[in-house]
Design a protein around this ligand. Structure first.
Ligand code: SF4
Ligand code: SF4
Ligand code: SF4
Ligand code: FES
Length: 915
């Protein structure tokens, strides 16, 4: 090509070629123009309009993928007008994209834990990988697997199916995390090199521990200062051991200290620890102080003896190591949250004769985890719903004697959306009590604030109207730029997973601050949601999935719970976990990590609801054994149709209908496998979204994978392929831009024929039969044994057979081993034994494929090229499509598989006519 066009590209003078598109010119000069409907393997089509650029002198923006250069063109590829038009194009595509990028479980989890990803790893027995995925966002999986309130399970789509129970998401997490904790090769997160920056973290509760974990991953030093004598915060001093054993908690704390985190105990900020020292020694501070100060019942007489705050009751027992003696006593717990549950169940374990929970609304409004409520009832707790303490009555010593309660009814909804309880006049009644525990809320203690503000030089720490630390809600930076805050101390009492989520945000902001960058919120990715179009109902799912009942968690029998032994025992074995993992419906998109539509929508801040209105819904087509169609995700770019026609020549796909009613379907709307489809999967390779994907037998995640490049050995073409695997489990095979398949095309054999690599029974190391039983040995031992056997006989008594799947180079080595090593000419190949038509299959062995481009005619002699050597067939087909080069087949077959796509077929009786 001659460089004869002068172009001004984003203000730079460059040379363009005749017949070159703007897109190609920009690519040559390192300027990236987004595309969706473009594939370099195909002729331009220009349907998506995300590649538009401004051409001076032209009224409308032009698609870069199909607009050819002309002399003197002045191009702007990324100005505001262009970006606005691209966003509008994306908004339009998204307005009819009825699909979920992420499952509702992930979207609902405050920390965004990749549930679908780790469930996919559990399905494969890869617990270390499952934990690695969880720990990208949650450093405490074994703890969370026990005590998380599980918003993910509430949102889980399995709830919509007839068995009506969520996937055991949290129990699966616990199973994987417990396995990993016991493993000698437990997961250790990768840590960046030391930055030399130091952060002081206040509090070794979930927020502080998590913040230290995320900071260490970034290479910053993290020292935690904890007021209590041990780590864990609320996890240790609030949650009883029958739910979260201390030794288990300690193991996850140890995992964090093993990353180089130091914890200094009995250090209370504003007391024996001053902000002044921290400011001198550290570059930043993260406050993870929790919110643990109990509140009083809030009625007359609540200062009576034996009326305790629930949090103090739980904490004191852990601090002193002594359990309260409630033997034979009657205890009432006031409140309906998880602390109330911990108090009532702990009271029973302290020997109480009778335990009541007094709650002013009904069970339906209780914020406590339903499992906790269920277990507490099993253990004998009695509930007094729609009841409120009116007055606490004291004995002569000022101690609790009884409580006067009033019955309530539910009125209009309040600000929280829950119906407000209203007292029923004249319904008062008394209950005799020995102890009362108030579990109706906690407050944040910020008595260190003066110490901080006295020594802070720029800015002040402020407390909001609820008494919690005031921090920017997107960055969690406080009024002092080097001080960040996370967890209950900011939100007021919330959940463990919310504290972890906040710690990730605060440490991300702190990391930016330490690097001297502007502190900005974490980048939000675009996420397509089905709920943006309509609520999901049972009818959308019923009948589409196999019914499978949830495996319930085995627990201690109720009569064996008079102690602090862990009640939930964990899944019985691996089989149970794997079976439960199969209940996941894989709601999120398999292309999450590679979808061009999602990536561009994130980059251009596209909105799904900008053009709200009519949208299309399709059933996913799973009928083809390898290829799955989801028209809901299709953007009608036609790449699949074009690759099937221009490269494969199969013409198995087409567009049905016109305008808004258009969709992609196999020809004649037949099942794809009943069309001329060659099952090559090139449609999958070109689809820029998740509309055409591989129909796998395993759960494909999606998970991030690593790629190993190798050469396909299914035929003699020698295509370069990539095995995309996660810890050895091959998740998909893709074409790499190899010496032969320069455009990355692959045929069906490598594309779909890889499952044998994941077979557990596959031989991965040599076995040696000892006393009639095979035992594994090393490769070195195997080589020695073979060498011994070869040497033990005369050279001519050895015979070497090379396998049919070996490459030429490997065959060469086999003959070298025979001739030079074992001194024998007894060497041959199995090649013809199994494959019969060796002559035909080898006919391409010496054809330089690059020369095909210049051919004036193709004659395929006895070659069903799209089955024998499909990638060479794709090259021929594409040349024929572009240049009209005729293709003819000479065959002995009655029906050649090529008949419908070549110019002529000559049927002959025998190939000997040509020899
Ligand atoms: S195709 Fe892309 S945008 Fe659509 S759901 Fe999948 S990942 Fe999200
Ligand atoms: S079915 Fe699976 S992907 Fe869907 S919400 Fe439940 S756990 Fe998440
Ligand atoms: S299914 Fe075909 S037309 Fe639809 S987005 Fe994928 S490649 Fe484009
Ligand atoms: S119009 Fe150019 S990539 Fe779609």
């Amino acid at each position: 090509m001659s460089n004869n066009l002068n172009i001004l590209l984003d203000g730079k003078k460059v040379s363009g070629h005749k017949n070159e598109t703007i897109l190609k010119l920009a690519n040559r000069h390192g300027i990236e123009i987004p595309t969706l409907c473009n594939d370099p393997r195909l002729e331009p089509y220009s349907s998506c309009y995300v590649c538009v650029v401004e051409v001076e002198g032209m009224k409308n923006l032009q698609p870069a993928c199909s607009t050819l250069l002309t002399e003197g063109m002045v191009l702007s590829t990324n100005n505001e007008k262009v970006r606005k038009a691209r966003k509008a194009a994306l908004d339009l595509l998204l307005s009819n994209h009825y699909a979920d990028c992420l499952g509702p479980c992930v979207q609902t989890c405050p920390a965004g834990v990749d549930v679908q990803g780790y469930i996919s790893m559990i399905e494969k027995g890869k617990y270390r990988d499952a934990v690695a995925i969880i720990k990208e966002t949650n450093p405490l999986p074994a703890i969370c697997g026990r005590v998380c309130v599980r918003p993910c399970e509430v949102a889980c789509r399995r709830n919509l199916l007839d068995e009506g129970a969520a996937v055991g998401i949290d129990y699966l997490k616990r199973f994987a995390a417990d396995r990993d904790l016991e493993s000698p090769d437990k997961y250790k997160p990768e840590q960046k090199p030391e930055t030399g920056k130091k952060v002081a973290v206040i509090g070794a509760g979930p927020a502080g521990l998590s913040a230290a974990f995320f900071l260490r991953k970034e290479g910053h030093a993290a020292d935690i200062f904890e007021a209590a004598p041990k780590a864990g915060g609320w996890l240790r001093y609030g949650i009883p051991e029958y739910r979260l054993p201390n030794d288990l908690l300690q193991k996850e704390v140890d995992n964090i200290t093993e990353m180089g985190v130091n914890i200094y105990y009995n250090q209370r900020l504003g007391d024996n620890l001053s902000y002044k020292d921290l400011k001198d020694k550290y570059d930043a501070v993260i406050l993870g102080i929790g919110s643990q100060k109990g509140t009083r019942v809030g009625c007359d007489g609540d200062d009576a003896g034996n009326v305790l705050s629930g949090t103090d009751f739980l904490k004191q027992m852990e601090l002193t190591g002594k359990k309260m003696d409630f033997k034979g006593k009657t205890v009432a717990v006031v409140g309906g949250g998880n602390t109330a549950m911990d108090c009532c169940r702990t009271s029973l374990r302290c020997g109480a004769e009778k335990v009541y929970v007094i709650y002013r609304r009904t069970e339906k409004e209780m914020p406590a985890n339903p499992i906790e409520i269920h277990e507490s009832k099993l253990e004998g707790v009695e509930y007094m719903f729609l009841t409120n303490p009116l007055r606490i009555n004291k004995d002569e010593n000022g101690n609790l004697k009884s409580v006067t309660c009033v019955c309530m009814e539910l009125g209009e909804p309040d600000a929280s959306g829950r119906r407000r309880p209203v007292p029923l006049e004249g319904s008062d009644f008394d209950i005799e009590l020995d102890y009362m525990l108030a579990a109706i809320g906690q407050k944040t203690e910020v008595n260190f604030i003066d110490d901080i503000n006295t020594h802070a030089e720029n800015g002040q720490l402020v407390v909001n109207k609820w008494g919690d630390i005031d921090a920017d809600k997107h960055t969690l930076q406080t009024g002092i730029p080097s001080v960040f805050a996370a967890g209950d101390g900011v939100t007021g009492p919330a959940t463990l997973i919310e504290a972890i989520a906040q710690a990730r945000i605060a440490s991300h902001s702190c990391d930016l601050f330490l690097q001297g960058e502007a502190v900005r919120p974490m980048k939000k990715e675009f996420i397509s949601k089905k709920e943006n179009f309509k609520e999901q109902h049972k009818e959308d799912y019923l009948g589409k999935f196999v019914t499978q009942k949830r495996h319930e968690m085995p627990t201690l029998p109720a009569d064996a719970r008079n102690n602090f032994e862990e009640v939930e025992l964990g899944y019985e074995n691996e089989e149970v976990a794997i079976t439960e993992s199969h209940r996941c419906l894989e709601c999120g998109c398999v292309e999450f990590f590679s979808c061009d539509l999602k990536d561009l929508s994130s980059e251009y801040n596209a909105e799904q609801k900008r053009y709200e209105g009519e949208f299309k819904q399709f059933e996913v087509d799973f009928r083809h054994p390898y290829i799955e169609f989801d028209n809901n995700k299709c953007i009608l770019c036609s790449r699949c149709i074009r690759i099937c026609s221009e490269v494969v020549g199969a013409n198995a796909l087409g567009l049905i209908n016109r305008g808004f009613d258009t969709y992609v379907a196999p020809s004649m709307e037949l099942p794809l496998q009943e069309t001329t489809c060659e099952s090559c999967g090139l449609c999958i390779s070109t689809c820029p979204t998740g509309a055409i994907i591989e129909n796998t037998k395993f759960k494909p995640g999606p998970v991030k994978t690593e790629a190993v490049e190798t050469i396909c050995n299914f035929c003699s073409i020698g295509c370069t392929i990539q095995l995309n695997h996660r810890s050895g489990f091959v998740m998909r095979v893709t074409g790499a831009n190899g010496l032969v398949n320069k455009d990355g095309n692959l045929c069906r054999y490598p594309k779909f024929g890889y499952n044998f690599m994941n077979d557990h029974s596959r031989l991965k190391q040599p076995l040696f039969k000892v006393n009639g039983k095979f035992e594994p040995i090393s490769f070195e031992q195997a080589y020695d044994l073979i060498a011994e056997k070869i040497k033990a006989v005369k050279p001519e008594e050895n015979y070497f057979f090379a396998g049919a799947r070996l490459s030429n180079e490997e065959m060469y080595l086999v003959q070298k081993l025979a001739r030079a090593g074992a001194q024998t000419n007894n060497v041959s190949s199995f090649h013809y034994f199994g494959r019969g038509s060796g002559y035909r299959n080898n006919s391409l062995a010496n054809v330089p494929l690059d020369q095909l481009e210049g051919a004036s005619r193709f004659i395929l002699l006895g070659s069903e090229i799209n089955t024998d050597h499909a990638v060479a067939g794709f090259m021929i087909q594409n040349i024929s499509f572009r240049k009209g080069t005729p293709v003819e087949v000479v065959t002995v077959l009655d029906h050649s598989s090529m008949e419908y796509k070549v110019n002529d077929v000559m049927k002959i009786k025998s190939y000997y006519h040509f020899l």
